[in-house]
Design a binder for this molecule. Structure first.
Ligand SMILES: [Zn+2]
Ligand SMILES: [Zn+2]
Length: 277
């Protein structure tokens, strides 16, 4: 195992342990299903994702950035931007692209089939933050590589972005309590758990808001920001109308969800929530 892989795995494990410990010490909401039924599947899909991406596309995004830098490919190289400027613009561009991609995963029916697995979790905690279908991870990676090559985003910006996004996507799914003044202050620069929890509401127009994973600014800018769920953070229901059976929390069911219609709401299951009326 290479040093880089060990470093990434080690950092992810430390972050996970820290956020999980915080949740245990100061929980925000009572879990409706709990950990024992959800964590094996959620952590299982995390391992599948790590193995798949690592095997199929090793060093993926950073590799593309190194290639672009070596060959002088991409807009930032043609404009001969200074590294500091290219770093900031590259970081912002990656975050905006991830945001836009998330909107697309909600609006385009076949992409929603992949992404709805993230939303089908019946509770919202740190393991929800690593619960993504491997096909969504792969598509997301290809989009990121295309953006890196087109813009010539410097490798250091790509590494920084990946590190920050790994940390924030766990942080903003954490089921931990924090003072409202801290949530308010943090929300100016990063998506907080209370902000992202709205996105996991079963209510359709709430699911289709707060698309940010990292910087909160894009949702403010494009009018998709929603401060709170209508039912309140304690009263809201987490999940989507489909796949609410407890058996759907198993790893094998998570993997096959995109290719199945749920019996109860079959007519709706092929459409993203945004187009259901
Ligand atoms: Zn989503
Ligand atoms: Zn989420």
């Amino acid at each position: 195992m290479s040093f880089e892989v060990m470093l990434r795995l080690g950092a992810a494990a430390v972050l996970f342990a820290a956020f999980a410990g915080w949740e245990l010490a100061a929980p925000r909401r009572r879990l409706s299903v709990g950990r024992a039924r959800r964590w094996p599947g959620n952590l299982g899909i995390w391992i599948v994702d790590a193995a798949l991406v690592r095997i199929l596309i090793p060093t993926a995004a950073v590799g593309a950035a190194l290639y672009a830098a070596g060959e002088g490919i991409g807009l930032f190289h043609w404009l001969q931007l200074r590294l500091s400027v290219a770093f900031v613009l590259g970081f912002l561009a990656l975050d905006l692209i991830i945001w836009a991609q998330h909107v697309a995963f909600h609006k385009i029916p076949w992409l929603w089939r992949l992404h709805r697995m993230h939303h089908a979790d019946l509770d919202f905690d740190v393991t929800t933050g690593v619960r993504f279908h491997p096909f969504e991870i792969l598509i997301s990676l290809l989009i990121k590589i295309a953006a890196i090559l087109a813009l010539g985003i410097p490798p250091v910006a790509v590494i920084a972005f990946e590190v920050v996004l790994n940390a924030t996507s766990m942080f903003n799914h954490t089921n931990a309590r924090m003072p409202s003044w801290l949530d308010w202050a943090l929300r100016l620069i990063v998506v907080t758990p209370d902000m992202h929890r709205v996105h996991h509401s079963i209510v359709r127009h709430e699911t289709d808001s707060n698309f940010g994973f990292n910087l909160p600014w894009w949702d403010w800018l494009f009018g998709t920001y929603r401060r709170e769920p209508e039912a309140g953070h304690d009263g809201m229901t987490i999940g989507i109308p489909q796949f609410r059976d407890l058996a759907e929390l198993r790893l094998d069911r998570l993997l096959t969800q995109p290719f199945r219609n749920d019996g109860n709401v079959e007519a709706e299951s092929t459409q993203p929530p945004s187009t259901r009326r």
